[in-house]
Design a protein around this ligand. Sequence first.
Ligand SMILES: Cc1cc2nc3c(=O)[nH]c(=O)nc-3n(C[C@H](O)[C@H](O)[C@H](O)COP(=O)(O)O)c2cc1C
Length: 377
Amino acid sequence: MQRRSFLRLVGGGIVLAASSRGAYAQTDPAAPWKVAPTVQGDVRRQALAYAILAPNPHNRQPWMVDLRMQDTVLLFCDPTRLLPKTDPFSRQIMIGLGAFIENFVITASQSGRSVDTTLFPQGFPESSIDGRPVAMMRLGHTTPADPLFRHILNRRSTKTPYDMARAIPANDIAAIISSPRSGLHAIRIETDPQVMTAMRGFMMRAGEIEAMTPRTWQESVDLMRIGRAEIAANPDGISIGGPMIETLLANGRINRAMMADTSSPAFRAGTERYTASAAATPAAIWYATAGNTRVDQIEAGRAWMRIALTAVEMGLCLHPMSQVLQEFPEMSKELAAFHEYVGVRPPARVQMLARIGYGPIVDPTPRWPLENRITAS
Ligand SMILES: Cc1cc2nc3c(=O)[nH]c(=O)nc-3n(C[C@H](O)[C@H](O)[C@H](O)COP(=O)(O)O)c2cc1C
């Protein structure tokens, strides 16, 4: 097959998704997106059915919940779903759990229930994740319905190129910047052409460092689900699917070893796709918290959820580009340079950097069903 057509196939077929929990039979890996509105009865289960649709790094879906206490959800982080190479301190994993909490709170409000959230009720796992709960979420009474709820099912991380000619109206920028509940140290949407040239440069250099560092790239390769059968068996991680992928698979033209080999056409197709998206980035959003504690990270995730839902309301797409914010040693120069560039000094910490702009409507990514993430009820 010509390389050019291979690129087209991969470009049309890749879907990012992430996990590993034994045999599993869900014919539609995106079924939880359809199931959520049908859940009735226990408000906790209704809210959890939407919470599992939260964005999270590499679609690891690190959440586990214990429902044994009445009107209460004990949220845990699954220690088997971390990203030790690219996210060695589980900072991004915590952001995903924060997004989960915010989705839970927004959904519970549709039933008029407030949520009293106690973070890390048994103490903070500052260095490594342990078995202690991340949050205790107790349903309370009477709160107004949060209007952001209506966007949860339409939210996506849109990883395609964006329209470089369409500017974001100032009012929409203001609405997105003011959407997080808690005070962030700094938040900006960059649109200035010179600044955007620098931002795209950070995204591209950091993407290359991650891809060319064998152990960090291997972490992604290990999480790839290539083809319908793998995606159905593990509806998480980086899903690479679509009709063309099935053909390539049948012809032995794509497999995990090829994706790991930095000299293969399969690898090059992936990096060219990343570069094409980074190049078609008309604007960028980033924000920082005043410190980098576990609570800061959870709050950063709650903020991301609200930003993402507000962006849907404005017809905007978002795509996190976390590489330059990662803590593995090979990235440290770029990480420091990025903080220097945006003027954020320790102990403040940039928690999210993302592309923002106008793009196509894309399919939802896979999710494990809620039942799979309940440890006790
Ligand atoms: C903290 C965090 C970091 C992320 N980093 C990246 C990233 O660097 N590159 C990327 O393509 N997606 C990134 N994502 C998006 C996830 O891949 C995405 O949320 C996940 O695959 C689920 O897809 P969905 O958001 O469309 O539901 C990140 C998401 C979160 C919450």
